[in-house]
Ligand binder design. Structure first.
Ligand code: PEP
Ligand code: MN
Length: 339
């Protein structure tokens, strides 16, 4: 539920409303703008009557949101959220932000070479897995902390930020000094214990859509993180499982405008996992930008044929550079910019 206070409502009135809501059992998240205060009230009691709040002094409107998520909803914050990162990188603003890198961090040479090339082509964030959620326990599982160190070093040299996957709450503290964005993988989108733990950290979370998750379930997972106090959540469409087998997943481009309508959170697209096939990645990346994505997550490798994971969907450097040049033509057509 969202309580919109009247413009110029007095501090005592606002505090009284907050006290009443807390006594009813709500958890309150206050958002104060230049002239207006909005209260997000989480955890609607079963017997709640909105009129009890509507009649309080200074209240303009009580909006019962039908969606089960509140903090992630557009009604809670009509303006889009911009996630602010170091080096002046902003996700959700006018500029489309590209994160690029290998599926897995393999060696210092590999990650260094990739960081250098993608940075020169306009990427702002280095992606790469140090903990790999592989479908088979016998596949390469990632280098763990050693991999994160390699990534951080490469990113520092090339002026990039680091985005890497966290698979378990026990890894969070160790990862904090190495990463700028915690990635939650598709397989962990509904790991509620992990999401709650990420709600208490100060760094942004890139939350990938589960492979069989609805948009509502994705937004409910974002809600778990936000309810803990971390409002810096970036959503990621990475394709879902459908009856179609021609591509690894079915990338839902329509999820971009739908999520924009339902939520104020930025949405980025991962066409690498979304299609699973290298030559399908550039067209889907172009379509995502045209459809309003705030950023892209792309797998790029110096030697995709020998990559330890996801080589088939990793772009060659030249393909990535060509794609960036194409995006520089598409972005202005939809009133956006790109580096
Ligand atoms: C990845 O980004 O390397 C990854 C494992 O993605 P997903 O969780 O979307 O499968
Ligand atoms: Mn991958």
């Amino acid at each position: 539920m969202v309580v919109v206070m009247q413009e110029g409502a007095k501090e005592e009135q606002i505090q009284h409303v907050i006290d009443r809501l807390v006594s009813m059992g709500f958890d309150i998240h206050r958002s104060t703008g230049a002239s207006q205060t909005v209260l997000g009230a989480v955890g609607v009691p079963a017997d709640f009557d909105p009129r009890d709040v509507e009649v309080l002094d200074g209240v303009r409107e009580v909006v019962r949101i039908t969606q089960p998520y509140k903090l992630a909803s557009r009604a809670f914050r009509s303006q889009g959220t911009v996630v602010e990162l170091p080096r002046g990188v902003r996700i959700g603003g006018n500029e489309i932000v590209v994160a690029a890198g290998p599926c897995s961090v393999e060696t210092p040479e590999q990650i260094g070479m990739i960081a250098d090339r993608v940075a020169k082509a306009g990427a702002k964030i280095l992606r790469g897995g140090a903990f790999k959620p592989r479908s088979s326990p016998y596949s390469f599982q990632g280098h763990g902390e050693k991999g994160l160190k390699m990534m951080r070093e490469a990113a520092e040299k090339s002026g990039l930020l680091v985005c890497s996957e966290v698979m378990d709450a026990s890894q969070i503290q160790m990862m904090l000094p190495y990463i700028d964005i915690f990635q939650v993988g598709a397989r962990n989108m509904q790991n509620y214990f992990l999401l709650r733990a990420l709600g208490t950290v100060s760094k942004p979370v890139l939350l990938k859509r589960g492979m069989s998750a609805t948009i509502e379930e994705l937004l409910l997972s974002a809600e778990y993180i936000m309810a803990g106090g971390n409002h810096n959540v970036i959503l990621c469409e990475r394709g879902i499982r459908t009856f179609e087998t021609a591509t690894r997943n079915t990338l839902e481009i329509a999820a971009i405008p739908e999520i924009k309508k339902l939520s104020h959170l930025p949405i980025v697209v991962d066409p690498s996992h979304g299609t699973g096939i290298r030559d399908k990645v550039p067209p889907m990346a172009r379509a995502s930008v045209a459809a309003g994505a705030d950023g892209l997550l792309l797998e790029v490798h110096n030697d995709p044929e020998h990559a330890l994971s996801d080589g088939a969907q990793s772009l060659f450097f030249e393909q990535f550079e060509k794609l960036m040049a194409e995006l520089r033509i598409i972005a202005p057509a939809v009133s956006r910019t790109i580096a």
